[in-house]
Each structure stands twice: as C-alpha cells, then as structure tokens.
Ligand binder design. Sequence first.
Ligand SMILES: Nc1ncnc2c1ncn2[C@@H]1O[C@H](COP(=O)(O)OP(=O)(O)O)[C@@H](O)[C@H]1O
Ligand SMILES: [Mg+2]
Length: 179
Amino acid sequence: MDFIRPQAAVLARRLEEPRRFIQAVAGPRQVGKTTLVGQVTQASGLPTRYASADGPTLRETSWVEQQWEAARLEAQDADRRGAVIVLDEIQKIRGWSESVKRLWDEDTRNRLPLKVILLGSAPLLVQDGLTESLAGRFEILRILHCTSRTPAWIKPQAPSAEHGSDDGPVGAYAEGSPR
Ligand SMILES: Nc1ncnc2c1ncn2[C@@H]1O[C@H](COP(=O)(O)OP(=O)(O)O)[C@@H](O)[C@H]1O
Ligand SMILES: [Mg+2]
C-alpha cells in the first residue's frame, strides 16, 4: 500500500519490525494524525486496539491501564508479529506518562510483543511526558500541515526543537544534534 505522507511509511515499517520504541505521533489538531494511524494499523493486518481519551467523560490513568490490559490479551493471542495499542489524545490524561512507562517496561521485561502508538498535540506530548518519564523509549513522528512551504516532514526525536512553531523553516531540522 502506498501512503501519501512519508510518516505513514515510517510507521508501517516500525509495525513490521520487532517492538523497540513507543511511536509518538505528534502534531497540531486536524492535521490527520488519527486518520493516518488508522490507515497504517489497518494495512498492517496486526490486531489493533484503538482507544481515545477524547471523550465526554474525564479519563484517568486507570483508563490507560484498562485499555493496555485488554491489548495485552490480544498480544498474547497474536502470532509473533504481535499486536498494537493506539492511545489517541493521550495528553488529556493527567499523569499518563508514568503509567505508560510502567506498562511499557513491564511488557519489555515479559517480552510481550505489544507495539505502542501514542497520539497527541506536539507541545503537550513532549512537555508533559515524553522527555521526562519516557526518555530513551520513544520515537517521534511529527505530522505537520502540508503546505508548499512546509512539506510533510519526518522529524526524528529532537525534543529540544519541539517548542517551536509547526510552520518553522525546514532548515531548522537538525538530525543527530547533540543532546
Ligand atoms: N490524507 C488526508 N487527505 C484528506 N483529508 C484528510 C487526510 N487525513 C485526514 N483528513 C481529514 O482531515 C480531518 C482531520 O483528520 P484527523 O485524522 O481527525 O486529524 P487529527 O487526528 O490530527 O486531529 C478529518 O476530517 C479527516 O477526514
Ligand atoms: Mg485525532
């Protein structure tokens, strides 16, 4: 399957590979994150549990744990390619990153092939969790608005650059910059 955005191809490849990093799909609202992840997970053929924190009721970290436990059952039943959990709008849950860290690390210890995709708004995702709790455990896929000035751009993890504008010049992209 051909994907329009290069990020989709990257994500599809990550789902094919053995579980290694949490995939954090970050970008502004209405840019196509949920659609893209839905397309890629469907095309992967992997059993996928999708859950969004964007509901009328307030969600807490216990909700993350419930979703994760259900996805674990799917991963246990799956073949060695594993299963996927997608947590959308994760930044809406206070304290999400500590829960995700604990659950992710448990799966690592248990060698459970549950692949994890988090979606959220870029600045919140990064400020509230990725850089603190989840350092070294994630890879960011930045989804930007497609304009002639800023083509859809793959931006590997560069947390220090995350606070800038989404429409920043492409030249601001710095691969392998020292941490
Ligand atoms: N590749 C695309 N081409 C055209 N429209 C798209 C595409 N991806 C998403 N959309 C549309 O854009 C809107 C926002 O998409 P959505 O995936 O909900 O964005 P986000 O999750 O980033 O807020 C939706 O109406 C969706 O149908
Ligand atoms: Mg969405």
